[in-house]
Design a protein around this ligand. Structure first.
Ligand code: 9MR
Length: 499
């Protein structure tokens, strides 16, 4: 039980934020077969040349959640800006169940056409897209977005609209709607059946699209009445895992397994991302999702897309010196990826850059992502609000100073094993350590935001230097340096430094 004081801190936190919210081969497409329960996971997503793909990107975007067409505000010119102005190679693109299946069993192919147009724009810019089946607070009729109206069963429970969107998760009607969804053998078994079938339709549509790298099964899945508010706000998980473990093991994992199976009936190859349950893991609590099996032939293509938000940061309006969200998050994810070594992409992280010490939080998040080999997508491709979440100004369209923090050098493709990489914003030194790996072709590509971060120029060095010197080429428009490293050294360090 929470004390009264804890409850008021919770209310404060909620009021300001519950918005927490081996390298694989590239086998040819083969039909799904029986699950290979023990097939080892692979820790990198690789491209057709066997290069590890490291993702820096952005969520596109909040405006897809509502409106008759359910489309993000993205234009073709925006796609070019995301790639060339910010150097991003990744977009987490929001799609909505209520747009995909507005009536039970009827897939809106025209909507998928509109989504495909956006995917095409992004792919033409070299951006890999993850389709994110988004939801916030279950459905539009509660406040936010997600399920079609016909899939909302709230058992007649009460709902009072709360001014902070995420606080609506605590409303009895919302919890009942989720409970009905998770109860696969309950009163509404059709809900998960429809959800899985909707995913299959999406997968059938985007199967083989060169721009689509992954499917994110559900945004920030909320555990319904198993939600542990104390854990979410105070990062205190019962020793036995409590209702969170019960949810993850008994309801959540079977749901994931079912949707994975359904996607694989249509698409054997696209990576499937799962997230931990909503809120607590994003703030540094454990997830109890067990290993998920991939029924595709060959190596599993299961990846992890956890979010990272500090409740405390949002509640206090500043990044306090005692806020351990990032360290706790790193420690918990390390335990999980030791159990299942899958590629990790932080599907969302973001913050109000107007808050105290926000830049330090952002830089620590990004350093941690590099350290742990995680890709990421900033929340979101929306103009900045009053608190400063966006990376550009809605009125002028110009970059905000926050873009200078979020946009940084990274190794977007690594022809070999990426051993480690880092970037120090103070010295502007970028380093990548890479080991040769058999069967990989193509060049290692590093995004170097030259105009933004190296106004006096930059220099590239490789140690030990290859016998014939460093062979590199520079794409000035996209600010990408490509370099070919031979296998004569067991490990090489590539450095980009200011002149
Ligand atoms: O930032 C978004 C806010 O403007 C919306 O009101 C809210 C509800 O639609 O969603 C916010 O975005 C959240 C996203 O959907 C899920 N993860 C946390 C995001 C930031 O709060």
């Amino acid at each position: 039980m929470l004390t009264r004081c804890q409850q008021s801190r919770c209310a404060l936190a909620l009021a300001s934020s519950l918005a927490l919210a081996g390298c694989g081969g590239d086998e040819a497409a083969t039909p799904a077969t029986t699950p290979q329960a023990d097939a080892p996971y692979v820790p990198w997503i690789t491209d057709a040349e066997g290069r590890a793909m490291i993702f820096h990107g952005i969520n596109v975007d909040n405006r897809a959640k509502v409106g008759p067409e359910h489309l993000p505000a993205l234009t073709q010119a925006d796609a070019a800006r995301i790639a060339k102005g910010w150097g991003f190679d990744f977009v987490r693109l929001l799609v909505l169940w209520d747009a995909i299946e507005p009536q039970p069993g009827q897939i809106d192919e025209a909507y998928l056409d509109r989504v495909a147009t956006r995917v095409d724009w992004l792919a033409a810019e070299g951006i890999s897209v993850m389709l994110d089946m988004h939801q916030d607070v279950y459905a539009a009729q509660f406040c936010c977005d997600g399920a079609p109206a016909w899939a909302v069963f709230d058992d007649g429970k009460s709902f009072e609209l709360q001014s902070t969107w995420s606080v609506n998760y605590l409303q009895p009607a919302v919890q009942a709607a989720f409970d009905n969804f998770w109860a696969a053998d309950g009163a509404h078994p059709e809900l998960q059946r429809h959800y899985a079938a909707a995913w299959k339709a999406v997968a059938a549509r985007f199967r083989g699209h060169p721009g689509v790298v992954g499917y994110d099964v559900m945004n920030e899945p909320f555990p319904g009445s198993d939600f542990d508010l104390t854990e979410a706000l105070l990062r205190v998980t019962p020793a036995d895992g409590g209702s969170s473990r019960r949810f993850d093991e008994q309801k959540f994992a079977p749901f994931y397994q079912r949707v994975i199976g359904s996607i694989r009936e249509a698409d054997p190859d696209t990576w499937i991302f799962f997230e931990p349950r909503y809120a607590a893991p994003g703030n540094g609590s454990p997830s109890f999702v067990p290993r998920l099996d991939d029924p595709r032939a060959g190596t599993p293509r299961i990846a992890y897309g956890p979010h990272l938000y500090s409740t405390l940061l949002e509640a206090n309006g500043a990044y306090g010196k005692t806020d351990v969200a990032i360290a706790a998050w790193e420690a918990e994810r390390a335990k999980e990826t030791a159990r299942w070594p899958v590629p990790v992409v932080i599907g969302e992280w973001g913050l109000a850059f107007g808050a105290g010490d926000a830049t330090r939080f952002a830089e620590e998040t990004l350093a941690m992502a590099d350290r742990t080999h995680a890709g990421w997508a900033y929340w979101s491709w929306d103009p900045s609000d009053a608190k400063g979440w966006g990376l550009f100004d809605g009125a002028t369209g110009a970059d905000n100073p926050s873009a200078d923090v979020v946009v940084r050098p990274y190794p977007r493709r690594v022809a070999g094993e990426p051993v480690r990489w880092s970037y120090d914003p103070a010295t502007r030194l970028f380093e990548l350590v890479v080991r040769p790996r058999d069967g990989v072709t193509g060049a290692t590509e590093i995004y170097v935001p030259a105009k933004r971060h190296y106004p006096n120029g930059w220099q590239l060095s490789v140690t030990p230097e290859p016998a014939g010197g460093v062979v590199s080429s520079w794409d000035a428009e996209r600010e990408i340096v490509s370099l070919t490293l031979d296998a004569s050294a067991s490990e090489r360090t590539v450095r980009v430094a200011p002149k």
